[in-house]
Design a binder for this molecule. Structure first.
Ligand SMILES: C[S@@+](CC[C@H](N)C(=O)[O-])C[C@H]1O[C@@H](n2cnc3c(N)ncnc32)[C@H](O)[C@@H]1O
Length: 409
């Protein structure tokens, strides 16, 4: 339907979108036409939430160029052209009045705009008796730069949230849900979202974007989640690509899935609430743990855990070792010219000042003794297994040989 709208220089098809069914209807509706005229046909006091993204009235003077002289794809569509501020104000008053008639007393309205139009919209809202609840700043994380470098980067848009009238009572604000979704911190009035880009951005076959001002779904999701209930009727008079309707539908589907899951979980369970015929019905044993630990128990358990997890560093002391060379040198010196059998331990006694040295002194001395015996310097004698070892300097015989004395060692 092509319907004229006061103030617009060229007429084009306009689209309005309703999401969530009115009480009797079942599915969302898209109404094609001028929103002011089409809203006049809808029943009064039937809408719970209005989200409006009206023309900005950008008043662009010629093409906007980048430093490389390429043209910026700005909003230069006919629907955004108004002959004067007063024409824009008339149009604004007309659509807001039409929305107000459709709003239930508890309904609220959101309008998004830029510095070009939001102040004019705010004035009209207050003039018509709306009660402003908040202005929200949508901070764009990826704004378009200011190409001429003559102003600040325009990095935000403003949303006005208003109740139909003062005093604002019984309107929907899902404070707790928003807080829960925000790390349990109150939701603030400055929201950070990127512009609609990537997969979400609707494009034509030529790869160019279908609409110059498609809003991000995350922004709409926050608005709808904040200010509506699952079965509410949401109205968007300036549908554009239909972001509001699409998001409202998706949230509705999520709500349906949540409800179905809840119903499934709450159904009687076999073996718990219902039993097969003939099946034994055991007495349910319901256990309630009772904690009886004292503060002392808790502290002890805590200390125990800490202890098992605590790091400890163990440094192994370097062992003192008596080397074979040292042992041999000591034996040669100690036994000297002794021709008497003497227990090997006796020679070692002076080296065993420290008990920890016993093993190394014994081992090295024994090895050195064997070496000296093999080389013919010493004789070794042991009378029985594990009996003390006797040692003496090897006896030379008169003919220059060595005296043989047998032992059993
Ligand atoms: C700023 S855009 C909205 C974009 C939309 N929020 C989105 O996410 O795609 C405004 C839209 O309103 C439409 N429009 C302008 N005047 C209208 C009117 N009188 N009735 C219905 N639609 C209108 C334009 O065609 C344009 O698509």
């Amino acid at each position: 339907m092509v319907v004229s709208r006061r103030g617009a220089s060229v007429r084009a098809p306009r689209v309005s979108f309703e999401s969530s069914p009115p009480p009797a209807a079942a599915s969302p509706r898209i109404v094609v036409g001028d929103c002011v005229a089409e809203m006049a046909k809808l029943p009064a006091a039937s809408v719970d939430l209005v989200f409006a993204d009206p023309p900005y009235n950008l008043q662009l003077q010629g093409d906007l160029k980048r430093p490389d002289d390429s043209r910026v794809d700005a909003v230069d569509d006919d629907w955004d052209k108004f002959s004067s501020f007063s024409a824009y104000d008339d149009f604004t008053r007309a659509w807001i009045t039409a929305c107000r008639r459709l709003m239930k007393p508890t309904a609220t309205l959101w309008v998004i705009g830029s510095y070009h139009n939001i102040f004019r919209v705010g004035t009209v809202l207050q003039d018509l008796g709306f009660w402003i609840l908040n202005d929200i700043v949508w901070r764009k994380s990826n704004p378009m730069p200011n190409f001429r470098g003559r102003r600040f980067t325009n990095a935000h848009e403003t949303l006005i949230w208003a109740a139909r009238q003062a005093p604002a009572k019984d309107y929907t604000f899902n404070y707790e849900a928003l807080k829960a979704g925000n790390d349990d911190i109150q939701m603030r009035s400055d929201w950070l979202f990127p512009l609609c880009t990537g997969e979400e951005r609707l494009k034509g076959r030529d790869g160019k974007k279908l609409h110059p001002t498609q809003k991000p779904e995350a922004l709409l999701a926050r608005v709808i989640l904040a200010a509506s209930r699952p079965d509410d009727l949401v109205l968007d008079p300036f549908c554009g690509t239909g972001t509001t309707g699409a998001v409202a539908q998706r949230l509705r589907r999520l709500e349906t899935i949540r409800n179905v899951a809840e119903q499934l979980l709450n159904r009687p369970q076999l073996g718990r609430e219902v039993f097969q015929r003939g099946a034994p019905e055991p007495i349910a044993e319901i256990k309630h743990p009772e904690w009886s630990a004292t503060l002392y128990d808790l502290l002890t358990a805590y200390a125990g855990r800490r202890q098992t997890q605590a790091r400890s560093f163990v440094r192994m002391p370097k062992r003192t070792v008596w080397s074979l060379a040292e042992a041999r040198e000591a034996l040669e010196r100690l036994i000297g010219l002794s021709m008497e059998w003497s227990p090997l331990d006796q020679y070692l006694a002076e080296y065993l000042v420290e008990p920890s040295m016993k093993a190394t002194v014994m081992a090295s001395s024994f090895a050195a003794t064997l070496e000296l015996v093999r080389e013919g310097h010493l004789e070794l004698n042991q009378h029985a297994a594990f009996a003390p070892l006797y040692v003496r300097k090897r006896q030379k015989t008169e003919n220059g040989g060595v005296a043989a004395e047998t032992g059993n060692g």
